[in-house]
Ligand binder design. Structure first.
Ligand code: GLA
Length: 580
């Protein structure tokens, strides 16, 4: 097992790999970690997503997929040391960069990621619970944690040394004795904003390692050189190309780094899945939500298989470090099957219309205490009115507009959205069903609200008086199946997948448009026919031998009523690596 010395020594190389526990089902952690060890790595790196563990303030969850301590123990059992990156901000293509939405429930401009007292108090409360758990697993206490990161690429965001110092001191106060480090882009302005005295400076990049390490050397002469995120693949956004990085190219860059005596953390070694609604988004070329798969074109595929990149990297690593002989076998794969979804339940018929929240201007998701899912906003538009445009400035992120129960438009936040609307003397009932497509995880847009965030207008007139009905997607156990109900728009569908034994599969929805899939109550994530991702990974631990319940929420029902379970994934046509 590695020691803390190995992390800080300039004359040793370490190969580590990123695996985020929250992106893999716990039953599969041992397999993925043994795959990482068999690649030749002796260390695993993980982020800690704050918003997974403290979804509601003061209520902490470390169970199941959130069981960080079990993940660390599984890693030790696989022969791996661990690097932990506890944020509080993590980026990671994770919803809101890991920050809980309640940080801004009462003030949508409350400062984040700086030494503002309200933010620090929230972090301190969280760290007082989290950090002792990490501390208990440090190498000097018989565990495997060799290093802990402060914040994440802070130089890309801010320049508050008081904040970074506070985080470092708080980690120490709660028992962290292993080395602290920061990670940033390899350029002067990033390093000057993101690093602090007493913590190793590391850099994140995908290519041109010599230039990156020269920058680091200038900033911190003589110190260990770490590429803390070696981007050997990349993630995808809905409606954009599927990123694939050539295996030989990725292996050659790794070889160059190891040959130069640098240590490397493969980002990602195994990406896994953005289950449920945990995928984040970017806001650079408009709003760009991240897909459900976090395969990342990493050496270990989303379903745990050794890819050509795995073999290419393993050969490279074997030049520098001893590599175990055997590669663990992948899980069995289901035989292809078609599942008929025979039951149907309109979404709008499942809402509890007695219990809405009525306010003059529409409440945001955050004000409603809802971190994900959808909100139905209802307003009685009085009349008579001649034809004027209905608009919703600040829509986040997508709305289906119903006029007197009839679907009249679908709005997407990147478009110019407007619906010409006139009414008779009695007016009309307006329903806007608004979906969050994931919160931005990078840059200035982190923490932005979801919903009808700047109101709704008919021409220039603000429409006042809205009732909001939150529709969380966490728990679908109590849907009133079997109820006779007619309503236009989105609907749940249900069917049964019968399998002889649990095994992995890949769910395809040909003919379906956009929505969510649950298997035995667990949400696999979003699907959307704009691609690039066409199949959703169905991990074996979700299945039982025999019958399994499949539920689909389709936002735009059409003729399709069957889904397919396939024996291989389709993540889209390879469209090259990211542009640098
Ligand atoms: C940055 C962040 C990571 C991740 C990568 C891109 O380096 O630090 O969390 O978002 O970009 O995958």
């Amino acid at each position: 097992m590695l020691g803390t010395d190995d992390f800080l020594r300039a004359d040793r190389i370490v190969v580590s790999g990123a695996v985020h526990y929250a992106r893999v089902l716990p039953q599969q952690w041992p397999h993925r970690l043994r795959m990482l060890r068999a690649l030749g790595a002796t260390c695993v790196e993980t982020y800690v997503p704050w918003n997974l563990h403290e979804r509601r303030r003061g209520e902490f969850d470390f169970s199941g997929i959130a069981d960080l301590e079990r993940f660390l123990t599984d890693a030790a059992e696989a022969g791996l040391a661990a690097i932990v990156r506890p944020g509080p901000y993590i980026c990671a293509e994770w919803e809101n960069g890991g920050l809980p939405v309640w940080l801004r429930a009462n003030d949508r401009h409350a400062p984040l990621r700086c030494s503002e007292p309200r933010f620090l108090t929230a972090v301190d409360e969280w760290y007082s619970v989290l950090v002792p758990k990490i501390a208990a697993h440090q190498v000097d206490r018989g565990g495997n944690v060799i290093a802990v990161q402060i914040e994440n690429e802070y130089g890309s965001y801010g320049s508050d040394p008081v904040y970074l110092r506070h985080l470092a001191d708080t980690l120490t106060k709660h028992g962290i004795t292993v080395p602290l480090f920061t990670s940033d882009g390899p350029a002067k302005w990033y390093l000057v904003g993101g690093t602090i005295e007493g913590a190793l400076a590391t850099a994140n990049f995908g290519s041109r390692p010599a230039e990156a390490f020269a920058e680091l050397e200038q900033h911190r002469p003589g110190e260990a050189k770490w590429c803390m995120e070696y981007w050997n693949g990349w993630f995808d956004h809905w409606g954009e190309r599927h990123h694939v990085r050539d295996a030989a190219d990725a292996a050659a860059t790794l070889d160059a780094m190891l040959a130069s005596g640098a240590s490397v953390n493969l980002y990602m070694a195994h990406g896994g899945t953005n289950f449920g609604t945990w995928a984040g988004a970017n806001q650079e070329d408009g709003f760009q939500p991240t897909i459900t798969s976090y395969d990342y074109d990493a050496p270990i595929s989303e379903s745990g298989a050794a890819t050509p990149k795995y073999h290419a990297m393993r050969e490279v690593i074997a030049k520098y470090l001893p590599v175990p002989d055997d590669i663990p076998a992948p899980a069995p794969i289901l035989a292809p099957a078609t599942v008929e979804l025979t039951e149907r339940l309109p979404l709008l018929s499942t809402i509890d219309y007695e219990n809405g929240v009525t306010t003059p201007i529409p409440s945001t998701f955050e004000e409603l205490g809802l971190d994900n899912g959808l909100v139905l906003y209802r307003h009685h538009l009085n009349g008579p009115r001649d034809t004027q445009p209905l608009t919703a400035e600040g829509l986040a992120d997508r709305a289906q507009v119903f006029v007197d129960g009839h679907e009249a438009a679908t709005w997407w936040r990147n478009d110019d959205n407007s619906l010409d609307l006139a009414t008779g003397p009695d007016g009309v009932q307006l329903d806007l069903l608004v979906e969050s497509m994931g919160r931005v995880n990078f840059g200035r847009h982190v923490g932005e609200p979801k919903g009808l965030t700047e109101g709704v207008n008919h021409n220039r007139q603000f429409l006042h008086g809205w009732t909001a009905y939150p529709i969380g997607l966490d728990d679908i156990a109590n849907l009133p199946w079997g109820r006779e109900a007619e309503a236009e728009g989105p609907a749940f569908y249900r069917g049964r997948l019968t399998v002889p034994e649990p095994a992995d599969g890949f769910v395809a929805l040909p003919g379906w448009t956009k929505g969510y899939v649950w298997v035995n109550g667990f949400c696999l994530g979003r699907y959307w026919n704009i691609g690039p991702q066409e199949t959703l990974y169905l991990p074996w631990p979700l299945l039982n031998a025999g019958d399994n319940e499949i539920v689909v929420l389709e936002l735009h029902p059409g003729d399709a009523n069957t889904i397919e379970v396939r024996d291989r994934p389709t993540l889209g046509e390879p469209g090259g690596w990211r542009p640098e």
